[in-house]
Design a protein around this ligand. Structure first.
Ligand SMILES: NC(=O)c1ccc[n+]([C@@H]2O[C@H](COP(=O)([O-])OP(=O)(O)OC[C@H]3O[C@@H](n4cnc5c(N)ncnc54)[C@H](OP(=O)(O)O)[C@@H]3O)[C@@H](O)[C@H]2O)c1
Length: 292
């Protein structure tokens, strides 16, 4: 029998990228996909032809019994909840505690490898919530797989999060970012990676209680400059992100992006990882062309 995999948060940015990849392996018979959702979640975005089972969860004190029943046969649970709901994952962890079916829980992380020092920045306090969920899972003996990523390609190209604008032909540099690689994770790769891991029963013991590094593109700043020069026919304007602005940004809502710029500039991404088998990553140039 194929493993049963639960997905919570399918309507979000990450969840909607992971959903089609999980639906694909569900339709191939490699997993049985179960959608976990809030009472209020809009289910109209689920593909009708996939005939997915849906189960309501209630991530509050009132939902404890309902949640336990909803997850009791799940072998893998993937959460992609967004920031306001991160803490409520503790209810998922509590529901999973003692489950004899569970092989691993993948909490909503999909972020960088932060050090304790970095997490002291006031603006990064929200990330501490992810650590609380992990701590609770460890306390309750719930096996979990933490998925660390680079900056999402969507944020780099479409949202210009770290100051590169492919069309506008500008690149922002910070510290040694021209020399050091930026780590990017494209959302299709993240979906592929999660679906591949979730459908490989024989690999569950290798991913439980592990931290995985999931990214498919690394590109030094100079290569970004050279690519933009090639695509636009003239060299991009290079602006400098100042130390002063960095310190200022660390205090507020721009802290995650500021801290990612520092990781890039300092070459401090933490442990590296290898591509999940079968994925053919696009080159930076291909991705940049798509953004033109
Ligand atoms: N590496 C990167 O560049 C990067 C970028 C962005 C995000 N991330 C990380 O990716 C993860 C997912 O983020 P996202 O941007 O995909 O999130 P998002 O788009 O905000 O996703 C929201 C999802 O969470 C669900 N949800 C459940 N409880 C909620 C609550 N109490 N409040 C709000 N939403 C709730 C929503 O369900 P309903 O449909 O029921 O509302 C929805 O499915 C986060 O851990 C985030 O830190 C990483």
């Amino acid at each position: 029998m194929s493993p049963t995999v639960g997905l919570y948060g399918f309507t979000g940015t990450v969840g909607s990228a992971i959903l089609p990849a999980l639906v694909k392996v569900h339709q191939e018979g490699k997993i049985k996909l179960v959608i976990l959702h809030r009472e209020s979640t809009d289910l109209s975005k689920l593909p009708k032809d996939a005939k997915l089972e849906t189960r309501v969860v209630d991530l509050s004190d009132a939902g404890k019994e309902k949640n336990k029943a909803a997850v009791k046969d799940l072998n893998v649970v993937v959460s992609t909840v967004g920031a306001p709901g991160l803490k409520s994952q503790i209810y998922i962890v509590e529901a999973l505690a003692g489950s004899s079916a569970l092989k691993t829980f993948i909490p909503s992380d999909y972020g960088a490898n932060w050090t304790e020092e970095e997490l002291k920045a006031p603006g990064l306090a929200g990330i501490g919530v992810k650590e609380e969920v992990v701590k609770k899972a460890k306390e309750l003996g719930v096996p979990l797989t933490e998925v660390r990523t680079g900056l999402f390609g969507l944020f780099f190209f479409a949202y210009k999060a770290v100051g590169t604008d492919v069309k506008g032909n500008t690149v922002q540099k910070f510290r040694n970012s021209l020399k050091n690689p930026l780590r990017l994770t494209t959302l299709p790769y993240l979906g592929y990676a999660i679906a591949t891991l979730a459908s490989d029963e024989s690999g569950y013991s290798k991913i439980a209680n592990q931290v995985l590094q999931v990214y498919d593109v690394t590109v030094p700043g100079q290569e970004i400059v050279d690519t933009l020069t090639k695509l636009n026919g003239n060299a991009p304007e290079i602006t400098e992100y100042s130390e002063q602005q960095y310190q200022e940004d660390l205090k507020g809502p721009g802290a995650v992006v500021a801290a990612l710029k520092a990781k890039w500039g300092d070459g401090a991404w933490g442990p590296s990882g290898s591509l999940i088998e079968g994925w053919k990553p696009k080159s930076f140039e291909e991705l940049a062309r798509e953004a033109l």
